[in-house]
Write a protein that binds this ligand. Structure first.
Ligand code: SF4
Length: 470
């Protein structure tokens, strides 16, 4: 069942995580932090706090504002806690009662006390580890790969929590940004490739972890630094210490480029001088350079497919001198629709969300979107543009062709569901009904993002983690 009916043809982020250590208003801070991270997962949300000895968990399906109603969270006490917003690629992703057990943070009573974990990522060897643990007589309370991490930590023979975590992480492959919590310790850790983000913040002496800096801003916390790939930040009442996973620096840094293209909120910082909005403008500028270089088309206006295409369309307009124009008006009230998903087809959904302005008869438009996955929504958008009697409809994407699925925590169709895997450029132009179609080149994307250390596997099929069998 399509549970997020208006985000049906894009890549979807899997999760957002947030943690607070050492603040009397932990529950409020986590609620606000998760609210700021809502774009990273709308399927469910959860929190676990510790009040010295006793854990206080609360989880539920739906948006943060639904799950964290005051009457449901008033008894969650403690000065440390972790939270999670979920969109799943692993385990049951429906909103059924059965799927409730897959909501995070996961919590387990262990020989060394209560242990909670919030995970953003996707393990590539969880099935084989799960089978081994089941064969050894262990039981599982969920079907998500995150529980493999929890069980491995609980089962480790090492003597300290830090060593148990290292022991567990040495056995897993894939992507993970984790916040791990016991009653008196919190650990923030990123896999050595750095696929998914994790930021370190500070608020009045309390330590904060967050997937993005926008959530630090939302509680008035200072952004200290990112947790580096392969780095562990260990937080106790005595302060913060840093430790490294053995693989740190020994594998290629592979931050997901889709954080830059689409996932991260535009106001989140990449570093102290750059936010994601600025990078997306550069992608649009680069796209314009490539369109100009190819030549052969006349444009009256550049317009975005809102909202995610807006900064790239600005950049395109800036670089090309083609006037920016608002063409599609987005209905901001669509969301959890009042019509059951199975009673409404894709075309109606797109028409509920977007409507073109019908005053540009005969004009030539470049419509700019961030990415194309299946192409089915783009086809409807182009048809709507044609209905508005535009002269020419060109389409530009501020990312390269997605030809391969993601195995590191992003929900993508398999290869057969990806338009760029199955069609030639000419076939895509025909299928979409556009006058021209331009994808940003991979070198152009890398140039716009700057620096090294990005995963681009869904464009290239070249995966940085060797074995992807689960
Ligand atoms: S394969 Fe694509 S979506 Fe997945 S982590 Fe790499 S860049 Fe991101």
């Amino acid at each position: 069942m399509d549970t997020t009916p208006f985000d049906f043809d894009g890549l979807r982020e899997e999760c957002g995580v947030f943690g607070v250590f050492g603040h009397p208003e932990t529950i409020q801070l986590i609620s606000l932090g998760l609210f700021a991270l809502q774009h990273r997962g709308q399927e469910g949300a959860g929190i676990v706090t510790f009040d010295g000895e006793t854990p206080h968990p609360h989880r539920g399906h739906g948006l943060v504002s639904d799950v964290f109603q005051p009457e449901k969270t008033k008894d969650l006490r403690g000065s440390l806690g972790i939270g999670h917003v979920r969109y799943s690629t692993s385990g049951n992703n429906s909103t059924s009662d059965d799927a409730y057990r897959n909501l995070q943070p996961l919590f387990l009573e262990t020989a060394f006390g209560g242990l909670a974990v919030a995970h953003n990522g996707n393990l590539t060897n969880s099935d084989s580890i799960r089978k081994r643990l089941l064969d050894e007589g262990k039981g599982f309370i969920s079907t998500v790969d995150t529980e493999v991490i929890l069980q491995l930590i609980a089962a480790s023979k090492e003597s300290t929590l830090v060593e148990k975590v290292k022991d567990a992480l040495s056995q897993i492959t894939g992507s993970y940004s984790l916040i791990i919590m016991t009653k008196d310790m919190m650990i923030g850790v990123r896999d050595p490739f750095g696929f998914r983000p994790l930021k370190h913040g500070e608020l009045n002496g309390a330590t904060i972890f967050s997937s993005e800096t926008c959530a630090l801003d939302s509680i008035g916390a200072k952004f200290v630094d990112e947790v580096a790939p392969g780095e562990m930040l260990i937080v106790t009442k005595d302060g913060v210490t840093v430790d490294d996973l053995p693989q740190k620096g020994k594998v290629p840094i592979s931050g997901c480029v889709f954080e830059h293209i689409y996932f991260a909120r535009p106001d989140s910082l990449i570093d102290s001088k750059t936010d994601f909005h600025a990078v997306r403008i550069k992608m649009g500028q680069q796209l314009a350079k490539e369109v100009i270089q190819a030549g052969g088309i006349h444009l009256d206006y550049a317009a975005s497919v809102p909202d995610s295409g807006i900064p790239a369309a600005y950049g395109f307009s800036e670089e090309s001198g083609v006037k920016y124009q608002t063409f599609f008006i987005r209905n901001h009230y669509v969301g959890r629709t009042f019509i059951a998903p199975d009673q409404i087809n894709r075309e109606k959904k797109v028409r509920m969300k977007f409507n073109p302005r019908r005053i540009f008869k005969g004009e030539s438009f470049m419509l700019i979107d961030d990415s194309m996955v299946r192409g089915t929504t783009s086809k409807i958008i182009v048809a709507m543009a044609r209905e508005a009697d535009l002269g020419e409809v060109h389409m530009g994407l501020s990312s390269p062709m997605i030809k391969h699925p993601c195995h590191f925590g992003i929900d993508t169709p398999d290869e057969l569901g990806l338009i760029a895997h199955n069609m030639s450029h000419e076939e895509m132009v025909k299928f979409l009904g556009v006058d021209s179609l331009t994808f940003l080149s991979l070198p152009g994307l890398v140039k716009a993002i700057g620096g090294n250390g990005h995963c681009t596997s869904c464009f290239t099929g070249d995966y940085p983690v060797g074995s992807l069998g689960k």
